[in-house]
Design a protein around this ligand. Structure first.
Ligand code: AP5
Ligand code: MG
Length: 208
């Protein structure tokens, strides 16, 4: 499975990717997770990305494209990959096409998880994540249900930043829906249902 997960911030890309990883073991390439790890480690990439991320703006294309191109060279991705949060601009989509055609590993699908923006604001302001294993939960999870670790709130999950992320998504990323429809790769599912119900649809849409 070579797939791209499309959808607004908070649509449930990370939640659905985690289920696919648990069941199929496919490598999950989340540019957001890679950038947060770089910020935590204080690398030059992390220092460059932090202010964009905190504001809810996109990190420049050249930085992100290089990061993903490098990750796709890793041998584990030969059996498939789940791209989450990339591509996010037309330039990133074009660069991904070029890289995958060079690697002779075409995309099988671009899966859009569709959720109303007002549902998203509520979801993201109450999201909590595990410091240890990255489990994605909610404010109801006082400790991580998976590993018992400490839960924290992402710096960009406050209402003002969430609203900017939604604006940035509409302006820069939503046009990719038509791009992938034009390539005959787009599949779309309703993400505003129980996560397990959404997951059954994900598998059906991807013929898994
Ligand atoms: P990134 O980490 O990619 O964030 P995002 O796209 O804004 O998406 P999220 O991770 O917030 O949401 P999600 O769809 O994964 O939802 P989740 O499953 O967690 O990017 C962060 C930043 O990094 C960007 O703003 C940018 O600065 C930078 N960046 C990253 N990639 C970049 C790129 N390619 N180019 C440039 N810059 C880039 O779920 C959210 C919540 O909802 C959770 O609490 C979850 O439990 C809950 N939930 C999930 N599904 C359901 C459901 N079906 N019903 C009810 N609740 C649900
Ligand atoms: Mg995510």
């Amino acid at each position: 499975m070579n797939i791209v997960l499309l959808g607004a911030p908070g649509a449930g890309k990370g939640t659905q990717a985690a289920k696919l990883v648990d069941e199929f073991g496919t490598p999950h390439i989340s540019t957001g997770d890679m950038l947060r790890a770089a910020v935590k480690e204080g690398t030059p990439l992390g220092k460059k990305a932090k202010s964009y991320m905190d504001a809810g703006d996109l990190v420049p294309d050249d930085v992100i494209i290089g990061l993903v191109e490098e990750r796709l060279q890793d041998p584990d991705t030969e059996k498939g990959f789940i791209l989450d949060g990339f591509p996010r601009t037309s330039a990133q989509a074009v660069a991904l096409d070029a890289e995958l055609s060079k690697l002779e590993r075409p995309l099988d699908a671009a899966l859009l998880i569709d959720v109303d923006p007002e549902v998203i604001v509520k979801r993201l302001t109450s999201r909590r994540m595990c410091k240890d294993c990255g489990y994605i939960g909610t404010a109801a999870d006082k400790t991580c249900p998976k590993c018992g670790g400490e839960m924290y709130q992402r710096d960009d999950d406050n209402e003002a930043t969430v609203r900017n992320r939604l604006d940035v998504y509409e302006k820069s990323t939503a046009p990719l829906i038509d791009y992938y429809r034009g390539c005959d790769l787009l599949v779309s599912i309703d993400g505003d249902r129980d996560p397990n119900v959404v997951y059954e649809d994900v598998k059906q849409a991807l013929s898994l």
